[in-house]
Design a protein around this ligand. Structure first.
Ligand code: ADP
Ligand code: MG
Length: 700
């Protein structure tokens, strides 16, 4: 929209200093930026109270009356205060100022009529309001008085430069007065009518200056609809275009390798969910279109075997496959597990990580290029240009949230047509969020755990219970089990965390002395070879307790480990707690997760702990997480500009989101290229969005 793209310096009457601040502190460049800077809350000033109405539980009140007896009380620095008596027909109260006294002295006069706004408190049987907002009363003000007062964010520097909430509000009002009628409509009249929405122009007026709650609601609905509808329209359209354009390899047959494995070597019966997802993948790869599919499945739901069998489909059709994991430990584990399976059916598989020796690397490169090697498992090292395949047809990415889109694209480039891509994630996210976050992916869900799993028993324990916890560990070790003890590792306080880890390690050593007990320790500061060494000792049961930071969070599989102790559990997010808990409960034994905290916990921390104790269901946990934190902090969302929503909130507006998606989808069904005249506006809007995205691409 032309007017929205006008640079802010064209706003006459905006002094250069303010202009610079808006740019520096709020990133504002254009009229659009300023108008899309929405209030983050509103103060209800629709109602006027009288002094006699005031009660203890009113947070803020607004009154009309007259000022009397304005005077300075007390002497000496810091003891002075300004006082005024406020009177209306029903009584009086005292207004006091401890700061900004000079300002009050200059501005207020005994005998003037004012509108006063603030929080009343009771003192000596009478009411007073400290630091009230005071406006001179005028008939004009009273006429448009009933309103919701917008509150905008402002930095300290902005406050000093008269760009506090009120200053911003005035500025935005000025701008709206000047250019409000140039705001163009983005939706066809018919859609606006159908949903009984207000025009966009009006929505901008109402969001910044609502007279009442109805206006505010109408504005919010309209602006959220715009945001979510166009987001979905863009994603869905992109998805359709991708499907038309992304040519891929069609795997025509299910061949001998797959069938041999399926009939003769499958180590267990697949769950129904695993079978269903395999079918979905099978139907994708049979088409000459690149597959981009995300498999969501809770920890332990058995994603690996699904990935492996999908890779066999590629091998049966003369293609190679690769699996990329986010960490070296994970890559090694995948390799160890898959080699066992591959061996049985004569499939050749190798591992490539940062620490693969040069000599082995050379052999491996040669085998990949000749096509002798069927599957390669590895880390980022797979992305290097030196890694050349004879015929890569299938790519599996584990825990993709650690990989950016650009990295994925480098794998695509390794064949003349892009290989099929299967992404696995153990971080379940609610469906509404997945639809948006992974708008370009198709989604499969493994919503069933293999049979016979015992639910993990989770308990919240206080630090003072530690002796009992240690005795419990001893019992479990006597039973032959292994234990994880995990400490937080948060970048801002890395040193402190390291100290906590080491203190805890020493404490454990005192309780579990060698040679009877052996402890492993694993943290981010160790060299990769040392990490591997410690991990192997634990896997081989040479040590009983693994003391670690969250480096063990993802994917590590030691079925004999049955107790997960999480120290300072209140410092972990829900999805992280769930991931960590997923490290146990992988064998036949009853497993336990103990969440250790002090007594002092925030409300949110309590909800997180209660949720963990209540349920093992990753999707339920993800819902709570989304409610608690909003989508911004969920894993994986940081990479997605699509969730930079201005007014809609995916954790609260999920119904509207689902509706918008459906509505957008229906439009594309009837008019895929938006060529009908009634959709011209939509098409124009999409083009504008794409253009804006490209501009961003150039900047960043
Ligand atoms: P995740 O989905 O967390 O990656 P894995 O693929 O590592 O889970 O599987 C967890 C464990 O469950 C592995 O030991 C695997 O062999 C086992 N498993 C997977 N599918 C089944 C099944 N259908 N029946 C029994 N065990 C299974
Ligand atoms: Mg896994």
């Amino acid at each position: 929209m032309a007017v929205f793209n006008t640079p802010l310096h064209a706003f006459q009457g905006l002094p250069p200093k303010k202009l610079a601040l808006l740019k520096k502190d709020c990133g504002m460049e254009t009229f659009g930026d300023l108008l899309n800077w929405f209030p983050f809350r509103y103060v209800d000033r629709t109602r006027f109270y009288t002094v006699k109405d005031i009660t203890e539980d009113l947070p803020l009140v607004q009154l009309i009356g007259r000022l009397e007896n304005i005077r300075l009380i007390g002497t000496g620095k810091g003891k002075e205060r300004m006082s005024a008596i406020f009177r209306d027909q029903t009584g009086t109260l005292e207004l006091v100022w401890f700061q900004g006294i000079k300002f009050v002295q200059d501005k207020l006069r005994t005998g003037v009529d004012v509108i006063v706004f603030g929080k009343p408190t009771q003192f000596n049987h009478s009411w007073n309001i400290a630091h009230p907002e005071v406006e001179l009363y005028s008939a004009e003000k009273a006429a448009r008085a009933p309103r919701l007062q917008p509150v905008y964010n402002s930095s300290e520097a902005m406050k000093r430069a008269w760009l506090d909430s009120r200053g911003q509000s005035l500025l935005i009002q000025q701008l709206l007065q000047r250019i409000g009628n140039q705001i163009e409509e983005t939706l066809p009249e018919q859609i606006i009518q159908q949903h009984q929405m207000i025009p966009l122009r009006q929505a901008y007026q109402f969001i910044h200056q609502p007279i009442n709650a109805d206006e505010l609601r109408a504005a919010e609905t309209r602006l959220k609809f715009d945001e979510l509808f166009f987001l979905q329209l863009r994603l869905l359209r992109q998805n359709r275009i991708n499907k038309l354009q992304l040519k891929g390899f069609a795997f025509g047959t299910i061949g001998t390798v797959f069938n041999d494995f399926y009939h003769n070597h499958l180590p267990f019966q697949l769950t129904n969910a695993q079978k269903r997802v395999l079918k979905e993948i099978r139907s994708d790869v049979a088409k000459p279109i690149q597959m981009n599919r995300l498999v969501q499945g809770d920890v332990g739901s058995g994603k690996t075997i699904v990935a492996f069998m999908s890779m066999l489909m590629a091998i049966d059709n003369g293609f190679q496959a690769c699996l990329m994991a986010p960490t070296e430990i994970l890559a090694q584990q995948h390799f160890a597990g898959l080699s066992e399976l591959a061996e049985k059916i004569g499939v050749k598989i190798r591992l490539l990580t940062g620490s693969t020796k040069k000599k082995d690397r050379n052999i491996l490169h040669a085998e990949l290029e000749s096509g002798e090697l069927h599957i390669i498992v590895g880390t980022h090292a797979l992305l290097e240009d030196k890694v050349i395949f004879k015929n890569l047809g299938f790519v599996v990415i584990d825990e993709q949230h650690r990989f950016g889109v650009a990295q994925r694209a480098r794998l695509w480039a390794k064949n003349v047509l892009p290989p099929h891509v299967l992404i696995m994630t153990a971080t379940p996210i609610p469906r509404t969020l997945a639809m948006t976050l992974y708008g370009d992916l198709d989604i499969s869900v493994i919503d069933e755990l293999p049979p016979g799993r015992k639910a993990i028993v989770t308990k919240h324990q206080f630090d003072k219970d530690r002796p009992a916890v240690f005795n419990f560990i001893k019992e479990q070790i006597t039973l032959g089990r292994q234990i994880y003890v995990v400490y937080p590792l948060i970048e801002e306080s890395e040193q402190l965390d390291y100290k906590n880890l080491m203190d805890g390690y020493e404490h454990l050593q005192a309780w579990f002395p060698s040679p009877q007990y052996q402890l492993s320790i694993l943290h981010g500061g160790l060299k990769s070879a040392d990490k591997e060494f410690e991990m192997q000792r634990f896997i081989k049961k040479q040590t009983q307790i693994m003391v670690a930071t969250t480096v063990i969070e993802v994917g590590v599989n030691v079925p004999n480990a049955s107790v997960m102790i999480i120290e300072s559990a209140e410092r972990f997010g829900l999805s992280q707690l769930h991931q960590l808990r997923g490290r146990v409960g992988r064998g036949a034994d009853q497993s336990y997760c103990l969440l250790m905290t002090g007594f002092k916990l925030s409300r949110e921390a309590n909800i997180r702990l209660e949720t963990m104790v209540r349920t093992n269901d990753g999707f339920e946990i993800a819902e709570v997480d989304l409610q608690l934190r909003g989508p911004g902090d969920l894993q994986g969302t940081q990479q997605s500009g699509d969730l930079d929503l201005n007014i809609a909130d995916i954790s609260k507006d999920n119904q509207l989101l689902a509706y918008c998606r459906q509505f957008a989808s229906a439009i594309l069904d009837t008019d895929p290229d938006l060529e009908l005249p009634e959709h011209a506006l939509l098409k124009q809007q999409l083009l504008n969005m794409e253009k804006r995205k490209m501009d961003w691409g150039r900047i960043s």
